[in-house]
Design a protein around this ligand. Sequence first.
Ligand code: AMP
Length: 187
Amino acid sequence: MNVIIFGPPGAGKGTQAVNIVKKFNLHQVSTGDLLRNEIKNKTEIGKDIENIISKGDFATDEIVNELIQNVIFDPNLKNKLIFDGYPRSLNQAKNLEKLLNKSNQKIDYIFFLNVNKSTIIKRIEKRKILEKRSDDDLKTILKRYDTYMETTRPVLDFYSKNINFYEVDGSKEIDDISYKIEQILSV
Ligand code: AMP
């Protein structure tokens, strides 16, 4: 099966994705991680990406679509994908459908982790201390939240009409959220 998990920054997508990967033997596709890898490996586009991410902006669809394409067409990962942080725009959502069609795959479950702004800010401040991510200062957090609201909302509207769409309360404890998601995936 293929799964999408999305929601505002700090909603716990990454944490839940890791749990689902373990329980259901899937492969986590985090565009944030893919982008950070480009920076770490000092690739040609890595420098541009670093500039974009540190400001709290989105990487261009062109860059992201290129990175995601390699994963979708990897035969070892077919029907084992969990997308975390992708798609983040309508353009990306449509591109994902196109790539999945082309590779004879589909999305089986879509989860929207819903949390309010104050919970997110508290969580990211904590993560900043634990993981020391450069994009985690408060100004960037608020920018990321606003970018999310502007750009990713249409993705929510796009997916929420699907019968395999599930909204999950992301302000609950990690284990409660995991339990809820696992129940849905086990049916
Ligand atoms: P994340 O690790 O998902 O929180 O992403 C960290 C940062 O990477 C975001 O704030 C964006 O700048 C960038 N990013 C991650 N995924 C995408 C995406 N699908 N499209 C554009 N930019 C992205």
